[in-house]
Design a protein around this ligand. Structure first.
Ligand SMILES: Cc1ncc(COP(=O)(O)O)c(C=O)c1O
Length: 391
């Protein structure tokens, strides 16, 4: 037999060993990697369904919700986001998108692809929305759905949520919240805040490798789904079908929809188990304390400025920093990666080449990592300025 494509004959997979202190993913706890190596079972196996149900209960805990429909989604945070949009949008629905960074800009595109009529309100990068801004937007545009980003990863803000849920209920619209960079790192109370639908990724403060995400719908969101006039525009993410696999009464038959990513569910369960062992409030407090140490160290460095001035609206898990004008961010990032195997992030969207982003999330949210990254950044600055470096 003649092969048309020759064997590339490579060596075993050998990625670099990096300390991931950027906007995500983060390094997962060794126990999470061990969980991924556990034996494979089939996606219909009762043993796997048991693990799936445990994962769902842990997701409810970290989101502080009793929403029955709280599930892992195959794929990264964008898949869970797209699932929320696909299932909650009928062509012609008005969506009010609150844009204060790159992910808000992306929402305009994603939601419009599912037929939503897009209306937006905006805030400059590094600012958050006041309740009055959102109220004015709702009154002007009368949306069926409001999309809000709890933690805008491009700018480092954390959106205050007081009153937003009530506002949406008073105006009969759904509230969809992006919690990708806040889940497990900052307080989230889906039920108390009256969030109708939320999604998150696993690879940030949850401490899971990328590849699985999660979604939660309350009764209002489920009712929108059940009353749809048009079919869900995505087959893969159609929750009316996925429900028959993931959300059936105890003992009822489950119907195959797509093969669940078994090892990724093990990883998500173990990441959430670690949060549960630590305690959710303790995990939130740890992210906050580690961020305070980072702020203190940065404040001692000349020319480094916090991009988000008001500490009350900073996401502790992700800090955005303006660096001295004679230090190009890309050179700084390259230096700490090449010399110390540490990944930090650059700016995204309008902040490209203007800031660096330091993530201290999940397993990586530890004081030793703050001291390490600060030392590496200081050395990079000296090296870029042509001063002697100490190693
Ligand atoms: C706020 C926010 N939303 C959505 C996403 C998309 O998630 P993913 O890259 O996991 O698909 C990200 C990713 O960083 C994010 O930060």
């Amino acid at each position: 037999m003649h092969l048309e494509v020759s064997n590339p004959k490579l060596s075993p997979t050998n990625p670099p060993r990096r300390l991931l202190l950027g906007p995500g993913p983060q390094n997962a706890h060794p126990r999470v990697h061990s969980a991924m190596a556990l034996p494979q079972v089939g996606h219909m196996d009762p043993g796997f369904m048991f693990i799936m149900e445990e994962t769902k209960s842990l997701l409810k805990y970290v989101w502080q919700t009793s929403n029955r429909f709280t599930i892992p989604v195959s794929g990264t945070g964008s898949a869970a986001w797209e699932a929320a949009i696909a299932n909650l949008t009928e062509p012609g629905d008005v969506h009010l998108i609150c844009v204060n960074g790159y992910f808000g800009e992306r929402a305009l595109d994603m939601h419009s692809r599912y037929g939503a009529v897009i209306r937006k309100i905006s805030k400059p990068d590094g600012e958050v929305f006041a309740l009055d801004d959102i109220r004015a937007g709702i009154q002007e545009h009368k949306p069926k759905l409001v999309w809000l980003c709890h933690a805008e990863t491009s700018t480092g803000t954390l959106q205050p949520m007081d009153g937003v849920g009530d506002l949406c209920r008073e105006n009969n619209c759904l509230l969809l919240l992006d919690t990708v960079t806040s889940i497990c790192g900052s307080p989230i109370y889906l039920d108390k805040w009256k969030i109708d639908a939320a999604y998150a990724g696993g690879q940030k403060c949850m401490g899971c490798p990328p590849g699985v995400s999660c979604l939660s719908f309350n009764d209002r969101a489920i009712s929108k789904l059940e009353k749809r006039n048009s079919p869900v525009a995505s087959w893969y993410l159609d929750l009316t079908m996925i429900k028959k696999y993931l959300d059936v009464p105890t003992g009822a038959v489950r119907t195959y929809h797509h093969t669940a990513p078994i090892s990724m569910i093990y990883a998500m369960r173990e990441s959430l188990q670690l949060v549960s062992e630590e305690g959710l409030e303790a995990a939130w407090a740890r992210h906050k304390d580690v961020a305070s140490l980072l702020y203190k160290k940065l404040s001692e460095m000349e020319g480094f400025e916090m991009h988000v001035k008001d500490q009350a609206i900073r996401n502790p898990a992700l800090t955005t920093v303006r660096v001295p004008t004679d230090v190009p961010p890309d050179q700084l990032i390259k230096y700490v990666r090449e010399k110390y195997e540490i990944e930090i992030g650059g700016g995204l969207g309008s902040l490209k080449d203007k800031i660096i982003r330091i993530g201290l999330m999940g397993y990586n949210a530890r004081p030793d990592n703050v001291l390490l990254v600060i030392a590496a950044i200081k050395e990079a600055v000296d090296a870029i300025r042509g001063k002697t470096t100490t190693v």
